[in-house]
Design a protein around this ligand. Structure first.
Ligand code: GDP
Length: 558
């Protein structure tokens, strides 16, 4: 048996299995290497003793996977979904079903898989830009006769930016011009090497037209889902993500929610951003009425006050009064703060992001030719240093499009273009999403600006330097102010607002900030060596005659 086949059987990533094999001292050549039956049983034994059930929080259970198909136009995303539904939805239902929401469910090997209607990566990322991650697995569809195309690359980058694992479906293998090997070679260049070629990515050859390979694809989706251990808590507080909203003339606002936590029931009161209301009816993808909807279930909810934004998170409220109050509050905030606009990310403001130790500058780059894309990518990567990581989230050729802007918005990045323009539509979107777009015609200007941004990204380090010392000659207590130390500056200077530490002999008694500094009743900002002054140290009042005050200043370290 080959290593990757065993990895599948054991439901573990190939690279983890390979490191276990090498730990066990078994020699094998990568994921394509063969293992003898004895070796296989040794490994299986080892894993059985190692595997501990993953601890789960509270009442968490494994939930069904939610899958989205992405890929280049016309590569067969819609046909594949149709093909899967045709084969795996009970025969008597097929034809009778008019899909009523932008999602569907199939049961395969007694397990449920949820498909979100292939929204295109723009919508996929727009949803993420507004805060929600809906998809657990992306199926990247690549036509075997056409290979990796610009939107394939975009889809890869979008899935990666969202940290969603990719399963590849090489479609249209029924065609005479199909060349799956060529597709696999191309995918290898994007770090998606197929398992049977020694890589990590599950690749399945399929034909939406003949149905070939569809079951295998579903099997692999379930396998990937199992490895991901997708969890949810049916007893937890309800949380649903809005995947689409529509206004129906007769039925009013309809919102399709995907249940992420808890259970949604008829009569529940929902609130999500400015939208609220009592759940009057729930409709599943086949148009059937539901009384309740559990984990990973997409349902159209009727009865809400308005159509929400895709990606919006819905929760339950105690009663309609509370829900209305929260909705009004959200609306007010939206108005005030322009809630739907993200915090503006610009080269100048990025440094305010303090979450990570090492800062990351996420860039989306668009250029006029493959050569300049490569060159710019190399140049930018070279600018990476120990403080700032440069992450090229996506690189492509041609005009800046809406998808670039949305990707930048979702990944808090910046769009940089070289010798290409931007459509009016995309420019408006960039404004709406507050995404910074920088267009250049000279490569050195890009380098200069990125360097400047990097400097801003790195917060300066400060060190404390003693700038003066003063000896306390007398003390006075003043009501509401505290103790004033009448002091004589023995070294350097005393500066108002600077930090002070009080020493008695070699013992440090306390510290504080110099909140007031006076010379003969007059407030001054600093007093130099050889002069007398009155000092109040905020935060320390136990100062006595004979104490020495050390004055510090924080200076930017080199
Ligand atoms: P999408 O844009 O990715 O959703 O692609 P579609 O599903 O609309 O398919 C685009 C075209 O490719 C349609 O004309 C389909 O009939 C055709 N197509 C899709 N899958 C296959 C396949 O497996 N084999 C062949 N021969 N044609 C296919």
């Amino acid at each position: 048996m080959r290593v990757y086949q065993l990895a599948r059987k054991l439901k573990m990533p190939t690279k983890d299995l390979l490191s276990l094999i090498s730990e066990m001292g078994i020699e094998v050549k990568g994921s394509l290497g063969s293992l003898s039956p004895q070796e296989v049983s040794k490994i299986e034994e080892k894993i059985a003793t190692r595997r501990k059930p993953t601890p789960r929080e509270g009442k968490e259970v494994i939930r069904d996977p939610v899958v989205t198909f992405l890929g280049h136009v016309d590569h067969g995303k819609t046909s594949l979904l149709d093909g899967i539904r045709k084969t795996h939805v009970a025969k008597r239902e097929v034809g009778g079903i008019t899909q009523s929401i932008g999602a569907s469910e199939v049961i395969f090997q007694n397990k449920r898989i949820v498909f979100i209607d292939t929204p295109g990566h723009e919508a996929f990322t727009a949803m993420r830009a507004h805060g929600a991650r809906v998809t657990d697995i992306v199926v990247l569809v690549v036509a075997a006769d056409d290979g990796v195309m610009p939107q394939t690359i975009e889809a890869i980058d979008h899935a990666r930016a969202a940290k969603v694992p990719i399963v590849v479906a090489i479609n249209k293998i029924d065609l005479g011009s199909a060349d799956s090997d060529q597709v696999k070679r191309q995918l290898g260049r994007f770090d998606l090497s197929c398992e049977e070629w020694g890589g990590e990515t599950i690749c399945v050859e399929v034909s939406a037209l003949t149905g070939e390979g569809l079951d295998h694809l579903l099997e692999m989706i379930l396998l990937e889902a199992e490895m991901l251990e997708l969890l949810g808590n049916p007893e937890g507080d309800f949380q649903g993500v809005l995947i689409e909203g529509e206004m129906d003339k007769q039925k009013g606002a309809g919102s399709t929610l995907l249940v992420r936590e808890g259970i949604l029931r008829i009569g529940d009161i929902l609130i999500g951003d400015h939208v609220y209301g009592k759940v009057k009816a729930m409709i599943n993808w086949k148009g059937g009425r539901l009384k309740e909807a559990g984990l990973s279930t997409p349902v159209k909810v009727l009865g809400l006050s308005d159509v929400g934004h895709p990606g919006g998170i819905f929760k339950k409220a105690r009663d309609e009064k509370e829900a209305r109050r929260l909705a009004e509050q959200a609306l007010e905030e939206e108005r005030k703060k322009n809630l739907w606009k993200r915090k503006e990310v610009t080269l100048e403001t990025l440094y305010q992001e303090k979450k990570e130790e090492k800062k990351t500058l996420n860039l989306i780059i668009k250029t006029d030719t493959q050569g300049s894309l490569q060159a710019l990518g190399d140049v930018l990567k070279n600018l990476e240093n120990e403080n700032v990581r440069i992450n090229i989230t996506h690189g492509g050729i041609g005009e800046i499009n809406k998808s670039d802007v949305l990707l930048a918005s979702a990944s808090k990045g910046i769009v940089i273009s070289f010798n290409v323009g931007i459509s009016g539509e995309s420019r408006n979107l960039a404004k709406e999403e507050n995404v910074e777009v920088r267009q250049y015609e000279v490569i050195y200007e890009i380098i200069d600006d990125i360097k400047k941004a990097q400097e801003a990204l790195v917060e300066p380090k400060y060190e404390e330097v003693i700038i003066g010392k003063a000896e306390v000659r007398d003390t006075f207590r003043i009501t509401r102010v505290g103790v004033i130390a009448g002091s004589y500056v023995t070294e350097g200077k005393v500066v108002r607002g600077s930090k002070a530490r009080v020493f008695r002999g070699s013992e440090m008694l306390g510290e504080g900030t110099i909140s007031s500094l006076k010379r003969f009743e007059r407030d001054v900002s600093e007093v130099s060596v050889g002069l007398e002054c009155g000092v109040n140290i905020e935060g320390f009042n136990e100062v006595e005659k004979g104490d020495i005050i050390h004055i510090y200043e924080a200076r930017k370290a080199d």
